[in-house]
Design a protein around this ligand. Sequence first.
Ligand code: 4AD
Ligand code: MG
Length: 439
Amino acid sequence: MSTTRSTIAELSGHAGEEVELLAWVRNFRSSGKIAFLILRDGTSLPDGTPEVQAVVSRGDVDEESWEAANAAHYEASVRVRGQVRADARAPGGYELSVRELRVLGPSADYPIQPKEHGPEFLHDHRHLWLRHPRQVAILRIRDEVEKAIRDFFYDRHFTLIDTPILTGSIGEEAGELFETEYFDLGTAYLAQTGQLYVEAAAAALGNVYCFGPTFRAEKSKTRRHLTEFWMVEPEMAWTDSEGNMAVQEAFVAFIVGRVLERGRAELDVLERDVSKLEAVTPPFDRMSYTETVEYLRGKGSAITWGEDLGGEDQTLLTEDRPKPVFVYDFPKEAKAFYMKENPEDPRTVKCDDLYAPEGFGEVIGGSQREDDFDRLLARIREEGLPEEAYGWYLDLRRYGTFPHSGFGLGLERTVGWMCGVPHIREVIPFPRTINRLTP
Ligand code: 4AD
Ligand code: MG
């Protein structure tokens, strides 16, 4: 008779029955006549506990099983047959009484041991470190955030537009491009943004968004920078800067709400203070750039009018703040060429950055786009951008120009904030930074 195969998640439906579980050994201990294995398989018990205890009693199992239980290694893969027992005292409410244990893949000298390892060591072993309960919880939250992003826009009838990764035009900063040779066509760049393309799509479909990996050859070694990161970029026709901020506020509140609703067990594993997330309800704070500079100087920053907010300014601005804060209408020279000149103060542009609380910093950059052909062309020339590469982008102002706005939300910055993880390289499965290309 074959034994029913079960995952940890399915055990609760098999109380009292014998099942077969395929899993990895997360922990073990033995005391003479009885051995305990903590097993994980990537699923969770009904209360969210991502592991189950398997109890091996010497008298109940064959010799091979008993030896295997006593020679267990971290992260060995095993096949266990045994009876599922509902037990209120067991973590997660269920336990396995083992009848047979077989090691499928031994794991002698597993490199990650239950002791302090430095971050570089852990990142060198990222392919194995992913199995740690904290990392599993982070990846689950990331998945929830991605699903929330897609649901938010799908439910509001935004059309998903997949934009190219190989591009011929510079989206953001000329100095931060990865280049590659492209046949007879010269240099191609890895996309820094999908924005210019979703602007074209907005004239076709109204409200659209792209969501994918983007690349920045930034020489920043900060806790907030990756060279490859994921960004979601909505673009909305007939929407001004005010309307843009209203969508950003609703969007961020939606993501936070979803993580609180569906990610409780993972937030528990991460020991995240959920009251900090529960406080993130609209309306968010709003400050003009000029007010923000005064505020920061009052807190000891050396920022002067005209500069973008640096990492330390972002921390200063948000460390004591329970809610996210919008800073709007930045100086032209601090921001990208495509932002719309502010008719009320032409030294500034109609844009906003949204900064997350607790010191997490900028999660969104957004703006109303320059929709006037002559002004946009002048800005392209001022920035010294290659005009010929922007012919198609200027066409959007030549043929049926329209007020439109959009923004980019950084996925890793958002997930780091949700998880309470300060360094964003820990929230992407395989981070790419200035000094890391493997694993
Ligand atoms: O402010 P950024 O550069 O804006 C844009 O790229 C616009 N084209 C967006 C748009 O309007 N469609 O980037 C947007 C967000 C930042 O707020 C930040 O969250 C994230 O992307 N980001 C990074 N995340 C990780 N590593 C980096 N190097 C990042 N650079 C930006
Ligand atoms: Mg920005």
